[in-house]
Design a protein around this ligand. Sequence first.
Ligand code: ACM
Ligand code: ZN
Length: 753
Amino acid sequence: MKSFLNFLFWFSLLCGCDSPRPGPTVIIPAATETIVGQDFFTFEKEALIVYDDGLKEAGLLLSLYSNRPTATKNNLTPLDAAVDFSIDNTLSEEQYNLNINQTGVSITSGTLKGALRAVQTFRLLMPEEFETPQSEKKAVALPYVSISDGPAFGYRGMHLDVSRHFFPVEFVKKYIDLMALLKFNVFHWHLTDDQGWRIEIDGFPKLNSIGSFRNETLIGHYNDTPAKYDGTAYGGYYSKDDIREVVEFARARGIEVIPEIDIPGHSSAILAAYPEFGCKDHADKVATTWGIFDAILCPKPETFAFLDAVFEEILPLFTSPYVHIGGDEAVKSRWQQCPNCQALMQRKGLKNEYELQVYFVQKVAEMLANKGKSIIGWDEILEGGLSDKATIMSWRGVEGGVAAAKSGMDAIMTPTSHCYFDYYQSEKENEPLAIGGFLPLEKVYEFNPIPEGLDEKESAHILGGQGNVWTEYLDSPQAVEYMAFPRMIALAEALWSGSKHKDFKNFAGRLERFKKRLDALDVNYANHLYEIKGAFDQSASVPSYTLSTSLEGQCIRFTTDGSNPTAHSTEYKKPIPISQNTIIKAVVFQGNTPVSGLFEQKILTHLGFGKTVVISPNPHSSYSSGGAKALTNGIDGSSKRFGDSEWLGFWGDDISITVDLGEETNVTSLSTRFFNSNGQWIYAPKSISVQADGQKPVVLTIKNENTLVSVQVPVHAVTRFLKIEVVGFGKIPDHLQGGGHPAWTFIDELKIE
Ligand code: ACM
Ligand code: ZN
């Protein structure tokens, strides 16, 4: 039986056999090809795992997960080994084949890496109880399968910020093992930032004694006023032995560890310890709050000597050919004031501080090249015209990655829109406090690191993608797990399986079954799979509203009279037509039992409700999921999640919108809201104007104050069309987050009365 089954699903049979069959089993990320047979192979308690030369570590890893013995293949090895790892030179680095039939398990791969990926697939075929370290050693029936598999992208990363909060080695190892399970291959370890330096340095001990500790930590959200602090000293750092232990643990799972030393900005902790490497006369402290700071290293010889010595000390701990040197959000104001920096710019003929940043990055890149390492930097390092050998990590959208690829540099895609797992993942108001934004599971799943508009040669420079876990608001391993899971599972499939079998409902079904393994692994995942999602029906001729869940085949019951749904409420079958103010309430039921939280959506009609809207330019592709109709569908955007489908986001553009009311209509006003979250470069616009047919535009200047800015523009005209012009905030001031770059504008429902 040949089928492209993404999951293998069978029930325990009541057959007297003494080897239990594993319950429903899922392969995530989906394999390239899976053929399921009819029968089972018994993996005995003492079954032997044997391997070719060079594949020993795959054998040992499988031995660890399965609690079975191993042996090298030689003339003494018994012929009836249960698992056989062998080399097949026709396979590429991470490809493997895994076959289970009556003779046992045969795994072939071109390299050790491929064999290590196969081990993780094999792990998924074993019952979940094998994940529990103390589980009793049992014989187990494994299904006959034939799997051939390999990755869509060569770089599949997960990042962890250990500066904002510090996590024990045991947790870092757990995180890496979970990454391995999902076939990630790079761990990006963000080891330094304003809030703490987290790696032992002998040559500069104050980096640890001062730089690794802060006096206290902000409580609540960065935007809360007044700011509150906990009054408790916080800190820590990894010893060199810790680092070695983690790097070795990762290596044994086929995962490379890329350390990040974030310079020249994000350097408050360095400068608190060694102010002499900054521009003159600044007294920095290890930061106790979030955001960005003007602390920046001064590009003078002693600073480069310091960096050289630091890298000399830490590079032997890491085996990756890459070092991440940060380069993000480097505020240039001190460089503008510093006589040393200005004199250097004169001497080198550098036109501005962006070119000075290029100078800085090039010096560090050269220093590291001499030590045999290549640099990765956040996309800011392209500013000022860097065109050297560097790999660009594109985070402020995909534009930096596109620019890099077009100029022949490699890029890794980690856009905030799809890869920032510190954003909210649910629209529920009672989620744990997060930095902001909204990145639901489905959006992560849809991520494709290759943006439109790149040709084949340019696309080859996109190495892959990465999920980022910034930890300002994550102060425990459980909090990290909640934000990373299940989103990193969706990312794993986006990066390993690529677009071939992309099917979110199918993925959600597998994920539902995968939860049992996450439970066995004691992962504190978020569970929003039953959550109901609503959407305005874009295609219907009359305004209507659809309800859905990530999981297929669920029974959604709803009301429109304000009452809470019961097991007897109407079952949702087709879009709900909307002709007046309506509150839709809905719950997923299994029989008489509610299994989801209460979904509630208010739809408030107005004169523009369901009318045609034309927008120029189009909203940015990362924040356009609701389409133009989002502006007239009677639904407000979330007050907290600008990334939902009701807000439309525009990057740096002024916006022209025309609403066609269909006929001459008596209009008194137009109201709307703008999002204003400056830490995420979102600013209320400067002004909005509304023009009725044959009238002068009415212009309203906008103040940039609260997180939500509501405006009401008086119109008082009989008109068919309304022309709306929104003048964006423009360039963000240099000393603020996103300084020097265009601000985003986010606009909500256009309520016409
Ligand atoms: C970043 O998020 N500052 C790279
Ligand atoms: Zn300076």
